[in-house]
Design a protein around this ligand. Structure first.
Ligand SMILES: *Cc1c(COP(=O)(O)O)cnc(C)c1O
Length: 465
């Protein structure tokens, strides 16, 4: 079989055997799939040798680029020792070292603000799993069972936000707020109170930040006033509701959520699966507002986008509530086969070393500024209703009518049409409905960032003309 035949048959075999996530397979079958065979830095190469700029970090996970030498080496070195052993009844070196590093990192993150206004105890215990959804499931179960152990069995509900996304398993979907993804599963979900999304462009209360009175927080408080005794935890995505459309919350909102959860004595879960590891310009998004949650969920960027790994980090207060005699059945009965996988933990350690050795966060500043200046220009385009960004994550909301903010009907798939345009120019992006998402690896060089932004601007001009 020559090369072309082999490649054609890969396309055929993909269509015959694979069911892709978040994909209408009927559309997939009508198109020619891009099949990736290699990567380097912020580029992906397909089986025909075409290179694509990875404009969404392989779905928000890649931080330091593909085939990063230090990451490759760390995994190889670990592989020469052992690929996997269980955390049920055993422990392993990389998992221990990583837990210590994460806790250290979280303490450093918290300490500049460690003044009298510090409103929560530090995060101190790491519970591993293998993806963002499981990190959230663990957080939800932990929060619920914490209250059981405290003798409060009535706390069976959660408080989450409209437009929230916390993953695709049923617990995570229960606290999700994106109708198009989540509504169908309604009958299977547990009870959740929903507070308005801090979506300033389409404010539920028709107010405008910074002149508003944070009625979104007021509505959250109303729910807590009435129902706090039923609520185990409030769960939020700090600063950016990512999958909900890159919705950036106004300054002070996150801190407001922390203060409300403290005042009404419910736990606060921060889902930093998308925002963690430098994405917002700081190591963790919570740092921007000096917030320490009771439970923190991490995944995506944790291994630099190399391997599936997640961590749910809890305070001693929560951990200690689970201590007891075996017969008390206070044990946290939860775990996964690949929990604390040594290869993943080795990659995560190397990823953190790179942040330190290359001053990834320091290097990020000029890139963020460059992206913001492009976004400013894009905001003037006729069908761009709103641009929003935090660090190196951005969303461009396309609208049919800029004056009235009338959205394009979702069936028109405007975001997808921009992505299609970009693909023909060698840029891979994946939109969220009418929102064009920009989320390149943190390691992207300015020149490639400029190319990414220019093609997106061209694409928007072209498809909305
Ligand atoms: C992606 C994401 C998840 C789910 O992570 P998976 O690894 O895809 O299960 C959860 N929360 C947030 C905020 C996310 O962006």
């Amino acid at each position: 079989m020559d090369m072309i035949d082999k490649n054609r048959s890969l396309e055929g075999l993909d269509k015959r055997y694979i069911w892709h996530p978040f994909t209408q397979m009927k559309d997939w079958l009508d198109e020619r799939p891009v099949i990736i065979s290699e990567g380097k830095d912020c580029f992906l190469k397909d089986i025909y040798g075409n290179w694509y700029l990875d404009g969404v970090s392989s779905l928000w996970v890649n931080m330091h680029g593909h085939r990063k030498r230090e990451l490759d080496d760390a995994i190889r070195t670990q592989l020469a020792k052992i690929a996997h052993s269980t955390m049920l009844g055993l422990s392993n070196e990389p998992a221990i070292t990583l837990a210590e590093r994460l806790i250290g990192l979280l303490h450093t993150a918290a300490s500049p603000h460690n003044d009298s206004s510090s409103i929560a105890p530090p995060l101190s215990k790491v519970f591993y799993s293998d993806n963002g959804s499981t990190a959230v499931e663990v957080a939800l179960k932990m929060a619920f069972q914490y209250w059981l152990h405290k003798g409060m069995s009535g706390r069976t509900a959660f408080l989450s936000l409209e437009n929230a996304y916390h993953g695709d398993t049923l617990g995570a979907v229960s606290v999700g707020g994106i109708d198009i993804f989540h509504k169908a599963f309604g009958p299977l979900l547990f009870q959740t109170y929903r507070a308005p999304s801090p979506y300033c462009y389409r404010c539920t209360f028709d107010e405008s930040h910074p002149d508003c009175t944070f009625r979104c927080l007021g509505a959250m408080e109303d729910i807590l006033k009435e129902h706090s005794e039923e609520i185990a935890a409030v769960i939020v995505e700090p600063l950016v509701q990512a999958a909900g459309g890159m919705i950036v919350s106004p300054p002070g909102y996150l801190r407001g959520v922390r203060e409300l959860s403290t005042r009404y004595r419910v736990l606060m879960i921060a889902d930093e699966v998308a925002t963690g590891f430098g994405r917002t310009g700081r190591m963790f998004a919570c740092e921007h507002e000096a917030v320490i949650p009771d439970i923190l969920c991490l995944s995506k960027g944790l291994t630099g986008g190399y391997l599936p790994l997640a961590a749910t980090v809890a305070t001693d207060e929560i951990y200690n509530a689970f201590l007891g005699e075996f017969r008390d059945l206070k044990t946290f009965f939860h775990g996964h086969s690949y929990t604390g996988n040594p290869l993943g933990c080795a990659a995560a350690l190397a990823c953190l070393d790179i942040f330190h050795n290359e001053d990834t966060l320091g290097q990020l500043r000029p890139k963020i500024e460059r992206m913001e200046s492009f976004l400013k220009d894009i905001a003037f385009l006729d069908h761009v209703g709103n641009v929003r960004s935090r660090g190196l994550m951005a969303g461009i909301e396309l609208v049919r009518d800029k004056a009235t903010k009338e959205p394009y009907p979702w069936e028109e798939r405007m975001g997808w049409r921009v992505a299609h345009y970009a693909k023909a120019k060698g840029i891979f992006i994946r939109p969220l409905g009418n929102i064009v998402v920009i989320m390149p690896p943190l390691s992207i060089v300015i020149e490639n960032l400029e190319r990414l932004m220019s093609v997106i601007a061209e694409g928007i001009r072209s498809v909305t003309a």
